[in-house]
Design a protein around this ligand. Structure first.
Ligand SMILES: Nc1ncnc2c1ncn2[C@@H]1O[C@H](COP(=O)(O)OP(=O)(O)OP(=O)(O)O)[C@@H](O)[C@H]1O
Length: 269
């Protein structure tokens, strides 16, 4: 099957959530954003600015109050065509590693032996074939995240939605996972929306960075740094330092000017 490399489009999208006290929080507001086929887009911004909501709207897990979200012109439908990776893995503890990966193919027309074969092939790709019959509790955090990545990739998705997927990993594992993701993107070129708190991670991975603040898109930056990229290679580039400073000053300003932030009112250093 040839992936179709779809375009994701947000047009005038707003979404509010009702809180327990009956009030309502505007999670995203009047978002207009086009993500072209194959592009790797990182979304950065302070806590609570609506990044995860944007991903859940793109997956079809939630629907907008106003505006439309479309993938190639149609409303998104959760399923194997869209791979979703969460920060906290969300593996099913009562299922083996193999069954956690195969789970993503349930209901997609593959026979159980086909699902097993595909899940095993994907586990091989993330180096976890030998762990197929173990359970999530027996794995390290890095291994769990590789299982979650395998589960997202097993349907050969042409869209990958990743919500701080490496945030809970130790530094070395994170670097190795970033390398894997860069390789995967170069090989298969899925369209990626990647939420991160790390400016450096966004600059390492993305073609483009969206800065969000209080539910809105505040900046849209093209990352014209050469590929293939590595952290060491980027650090010597003046263009990297310039982009990093621009992103940091925006995020710092957003955090310091947010009354809900613990740093509210602190003067920029
Ligand atoms: N299901 C929900 N019910 C109620 N409020 C919600 C729900 N989901 C999100 N919110 C609220 O909407 C706002 C945006 O949340 P969202 O998770 O999208 O932000 P975020 O930028 O991903 O935050 P973080 O970086 O901390 O993960 C927050 O104020 C959050 O509390």
């Amino acid at each position: 099957m040839t992936p179709t490399h779809p375009t994701i489009r947000f047009a005038g999208v707003s979404k509010a959530f009702r809180q327990r006290d009956g009030s309502s929080i505007q999670a995203v507001q009047a978002i207009d954003l086009d993500v072209p086929a194959r592009q790797f887009v990182a979304v950065v911004g302070p806590s609570g600015c609506g990044k995860s909501t944007l991903l859940r709207l793109a997956d079809g897990l939630i629907t907008p109050d106003m505006g439309t979200v479309t993938i190639d012109g149609a409303a998104p439908v959760p399923g194997p065509r869209i791979g979703f990776v969460f920060q906290n893995f969300r593996l099913l503890p009562w299922r083996s590693v193999l069954d956690n990966v195969g789970f993503a193919l349930e209901g997609s027309g593959y026979s159980p032996p086909d699902r097993r074969d595909r899940a095993m092939a994907q586990l091989r790709k993330v180096g976890l074939e030998a762990w197929a019959d173990q359970y999530p509790a027996q794995l390290s955090g890095g291994m769990k995240q590789r299982v979650a990545l395998a589960r997202a990739l097993v349907g050969d998705p042409d869209i990958l939605l990743m919500d701080e997927p490496f945030a809970s990993l130790d530094a070395q594992t994170r670097e190795l996972m970033q390398e894997d993701l860069l390789r995967l993107h170069a090989e298969r070129q899925p369209t990626v929306l990647f939420v991160t708190h790390s400016v450096d991670e966004a600059l390492l991975l993305a073609d483009r960075i969206i800065v969000m603040g209080r539910g809105a898109v505040l900046d849209d930056i093209e990352v014209d740094l050469p590929r293939p990229r590595s952290i060491e290679g980027l650090q010597g580039l003046p263009a990297y330092a310039t982009l990093r400073a621009r992103l940091w000053s925006q995020i710092r300003h957003l955090v310091l000017s947010d009354p809900a932030s613990a740093f509210f009112g602190r003067q920029p250093g």
